[in-house]
Design a protein around this ligand. Structure first.
Ligand SMILES: [Fe+2]
Length: 422
């Protein structure tokens, strides 16, 4: 039996996050069951990565290795990446094309629908050894996840109780995905990043529009994102997903200077770059939105920063360890120059990105500071502690409260049962 974690959320408005939630191994274990194998849709891959029959790739749902493939009829499948024989990791390649999956250990062979097709020496040798007479190969099938896709984005779920994908995403997220994937895409490349911090700290980070204009001084200094700009955070009806957005060039010097008054030492409005092209936004949409950080519970972020587009998949690896898997893309009809621009701008993000490197560091430094403070709490009050709903300002962290309202629901954690310890 699993060791049931018992963490009380001290405030029913989710304005306090117990640090134990980021550190307790029992919580982490339970999350693998209740969140990643629970009634959630987990991002798996982009359809553009698997254009042909026989294409496959390795991915993760939480800590579970998963393989996604396109069978000979063009149908997408997702399986736990584990041989049904003795539990060996079936597919060790990151990506490829094959007619089948052959387990390296004993060469049990599965077709692209996950059906066991062949076992070496099934009848042994000279009537000795081999599989028993009643062994039914037809009944052996890789453990399959239910798969749904929307606009070329592939999601999977372990649970039969999960609502249809479109309902899970909700109209706000559906709108943003349709906007970002408004025409066929082309994969440009990948980056992987190990962050020594809890996977939820990264979810907090991307639901925190406030930090975007503070931690990231490149953003603030060069105007890609400032708290004084037009922007906000759109939440779905349940508050579990978030869309942070802004429009560059919508602030004025007075509001900006006043707002950053206390941070004068780091905000240097006079700074410049020798080559400003990395900041250039080439309009691609009828709206004036130049940045979108769309976070879908529990494991994916979709990014538009000017013309840099990517997905960031969150892969938990323990209480204090996660991998962030970045998939960069452009549109299939981009010319070479536009592709170059997107790749140049990709330098803003990723493990060593001019903006994103600070996020990994922030997550790690929180983890270090809270490890021995598990009876204490994080305070989440910016934007108010009222209703969890869409925010018209970037100076807010309400979407974090939204994340934990749904998280606690799935985890079965009691809320508001004790006063916040302050
Ligand atoms: Fe950030």
């Amino acid at each position: 039996m699993r060791n049931q974690p018992s963490i009380s959320w001290p405030a029913s408005d989710f304005s306090r996050i117990p640090f134990a939630a980021y550190c307790d191994p029992a919580v982490y274990e339970e999350e693998q069951e209740r969140i990643f194998r629970g009634p959630t849709w987990n991002y798996l891959a982009l359809e553009a990565e698997l254009p042909d029959e026989g294409d496959f790739l390795s991915t993760k749902v939480g800590e579970t290795p998963v393989v996604v493939c396109r069978d000979s009829d063009g149908v997408l499948h997702a399986f736990v990446n584990r041989c049904m024989h003795r539990g060996m990791l079936l597919c060790r390649e990151r990506q490829g094309n094959s007619e089948n999956f052959i387990c390296p250990y004993h060469q049990w062979t599965y077709d692209l629908t996950g059906q066991l097709r062949a076992v070496p020496f099934p009848r042994g040798v000279n009537g000795e050894g081999g599989l028993p007479e009643d062994f039914d190969r037809g009944k052996i099938h890789l453990q399959e996840l239910k798969v749904e896709k929307f606009k070329g984005v592939i999601f999977g779920t372990f649970s039969d109780a999960t609502e249809p994908l479109i309902d899970y995403l909700g109209p706000e997220v559906v709108y943003e995905i349709e906007r970002l994937f408004h025409k066929p895409i082309r994969i440009l490349g990948y980056q992987r990043q190990r962050i020594f911090g809890n996977w939820k700290l990264y979810n907090d980070n991307v639901r925190d529009p406030n930090h975007g204009g503070l931690l990231h001084m490149f953003h603030a200094t060069f105007g890609l994102y400032r708290l004084s700009q037009k922007g906000g955070a759109k939440l779905d009806a349940r508050g579990r997903h978030n869309i942070t957005w802004n429009s560059l060039g919508t602030d004025d010097e007075k509001t900006t200077s006043e707002g950053y008054e206390g941070t004068k030492k780091v905000y240097k409005p006079k700074f410049s770059l020798n080559d400003m092209s990395i900041l250039q936004n080439r309009t691609e949409h009828p709206d004036d939105v130049t940045l979108v950080i769309l976070s879908v519970f529990p494991n994916v972020v979709f990014q538009q920063i000017a013309n840099s587009l990517c997905t960031r998949q969150i892969r938990s690896e323990g209480t204090d360890r996660m991998e962030l898997y970045w998939t960069y893309y452009g549109y299939a009809d981009d010319d070479e120059e536009m592709t170059r621009h997107r790749l140049d701008q990709a330098n803003l993000v990723g493990p060593g990105g001019l903006i994103s490197m600070e996020d990994g560091e922030a997550v790690e430094l929180v983890q270090v500071a809270i490890q021995r403070e598990q009876d204490k709490h994080a305070m989440v009050e910016i934007g108010g502690t009222g209703k969890i709903e869409t925010q018209k300002s970037l100076v807010t962290e309400v979407p974090i409260r939204g994340f934990y309202s749904y998280y606690c629901e799935l985890m079965g954690f009691p809320t508001g049962t004790e006063a916040a310890a302050e």
